[in-house]
Write a protein that binds this ligand. Structure first.
Ligand code: 5GP
Ligand code: ZN
Length: 124
């Protein structure tokens, strides 16, 4: 897509701090982080919003969802539960959809937000 900032990042036409890449998607740090850890998981295929996805995109959405905890773990904000059933760590995942959802970039992306609080109120 012409003029799509995330298509341009995927095509390496503009720089980003890329933390993961495979054939279908990439993850990079948000340029304006809301928390100590804040990255975006972005499909290489241009899809404007979650509401534009169809069942054809179900596997891709599954891959994005499964990558979030893996990368969160690698970046130090993974979730776990110990043998006594005490939960620690964790992070937030977020899709903004449309103007009322606060979406600014119309290329599908999952926010992954974590790390020590406090976080910026606007996204947390
Ligand atoms: P949205 O509001 O669309 O869900 O979130 C878009 C996010 O993309 C924002 O958190 C914003 O900081 C981030 N962002 C916008 N432009 C760029 C960019 O050029 N590079 C990176 N790394 N992040 C961006
Ligand atoms: Zn795009």
């Amino acid at each position: 897509m012409d003029n799509c900032i995330f298509c341009k990042i995927a095509a390496k036409q503009i720089p980003a701090q890329i933390i993961y890449e495979d054939d279908d998607m990439l993850a990079f740090n948000d340029i304006n982080p809301a928390a100590p850890v804040h990255f975006l998981i972005v499909p290489k295929k241009h899809l404007a919003t979650l509401a534009d996805c169809t069942t054809n995109d179900a596997a891709l959405l599954g891959k994005i969802s499964l990558l979030a905890p893996k990368l969160a773990q690698e970046l130090g904000c993974g979730y776990s539960m110990d043998e006594k059933g005490v939960a620690t760590g964790g992070f937030k995942t977020l899709f903004n959809i449309g103007p009322d959802g606060g979406q600014e970039v119309y290329h599908l992306h999952m926010h992954v937000i974590g790390g020590p609080r406090p976080w910026r109120r606007s996204l947390a």
